[in-house]
Ligand binder design. Structure first.
Ligand SMILES: Nc1ncnc2c1ncn2[C@@H]1O[C@H](COP(=O)(O)OP(=O)(O)OP(=O)(O)O)[C@@H](O)[C@H]1O
Ligand SMILES: [Mg+2]
Length: 324
């Protein structure tokens, strides 16, 4: 218990108060198969090629397959070791890749699922990620809104939400952002004195799977200008950066600006479009040939789009919020 408390205190002190040792980018989505691993691996390779020390971590616990995207076999060590043995350091698990400046931490294991990661293990893992020295750390997450997944997502400085033009994917992207928003508020429920209101609101009749943050702000916080102000400030710390992937038509491409505007106006969520990526058969073809798309298709539109995204995210002008 003593160890648990001391680790947790240490972790709490890392949440936003102590500078993280790197810039953390989380790639999440409400739905599986939208391209999280492809985009995470591509961003990681580009950032490394731009000269940044980069670590990519497979946090898709239970279905980890990022090694295939990096064109390599299963590394001998994985996060499972870290979770099983408190003496193991994350640094020990970093494996080299074929790209200089890019290291990889595998999550591959049949033994762990997000639901199996208890509070202590999660806190220890997050604390270690904060302390891992690098320029960038990229977290490839599981699909869905499991609390462990949301916590990994929220610990990042850049919160990327991927979706595709399919209606179910768009709907799941909103659901994911709303779930992340409420998870974030829950962390501050005592500080903001909204514990009761939040519970009542979330337990009330639901229109979607999770109710609108704008409605929460209007109905619950609107009565108290001080709380309303504080909740709005917490909201500002969140900056969802949506990425529309697998675009095939000009009509598809309009969904990027549309989701940004609906998230703002309808749900009251801070959300900006980071990039739009074409559908390109070369993605799965290159995966089958066990090399990354970026190695052979430097002329493609998709290559330029990914490079643009990596440049935008690494640019010093990019808006920066404290991780929490
Ligand atoms: N821009 C793209 N063009 C063509 N195919 C793509 C593109 N992005 C992803 N894909 C294809 O979509 C499939 C899913 O991609 P990926 O594994 O990256 O998704 P994921 O979100 O990580 O999935 P999971 O939730 O299962 O981990 C792959 O077969 C990949 O080849
Ligand atoms: Mg994946």
């Amino acid at each position: 218990l003593e160890q648990f408390n001391s680790e947790n205190d240490e972790f709490t002190s890392y949440r936003g108060r102590v500078q993280a040792a790197s810039t953390i980018i989380a790639v999440g989505a409400g739905k599986g198969g939208v391209g999280k691993s492809f985009v995470s691996s591509s961003l990681a390779i580009f950032l490394a090629q731009l000269g940044y020390n980069t670590v990519i971590m497979d946090l898709d616990l239970g279905a980890a397959n990022l090694h295939t995207w990096l064109g390599q076999g299963l590394p001998p060590r994985s996060i499972q070791e870290f979770l099983n043995d408190p003496t193991i350091k994350l640094e020990d698990l970093c494996a080299d890749t074929m790209w200089s400046k890019l290291r990889f931490i595998s999550g591959a294991s049949e033994m762990i699922l997000p639901a199996d990661v208890n509070d202590y293990a999660r806190a220890r893992l997050m604390s270690s990620i904060y302390k891992l020295p690098s320029d960038f750390i990229i977290l490839d997450l599981s699909a869905g809104t499991h609390l462990t997944t949301l916590d990994f997502f929220l610990m990042a400085h850049h919160n990327l939400v991927l979706f595709t033009p399919e209606p179910s994917s768009v709907e799941n992207a909103y659901r994911f952002m709303k779930a992340a928003f409420y998870r974030k508020l829950k962390r501050y429920e005592y500080e903001l004195q909204i514990k009761e209101q939040l519970e009542l609101f979330l337990a009330g009749p639901q229109t979607g799977s999770v109710r609108s943050p704008a409605e929460f702000l209007r109905r619950v916080c609107g009565r108290d200008p001080v709380i309303s102000h504080k909740v709005t400030n917490v909201m500002k710390q969140l900056d969802f950066r949506v990425v529309l992937n697998q675009v095939r038509t000009a009509q598809d491409a309009t969904l990027g600006p549309a989701i940004q505007s609906v998230a703002h106006k309808h749900f009251g969520l801070p959300c900006n479009l980071l990039g739009t990526l074409d559908y390109d058969n070369a993605v799965w073809q290159s995966l089958r040939q066990k090399h990354h798309l970026l190695m052979a298709n430097r002329q493609s539109h998709l290559y330029a789009q990914l490079m643009g995204m990596a440049r935008r995210i690494s640019s010093p002008q990019t808006s920066f919020k404290a991780a929490a």
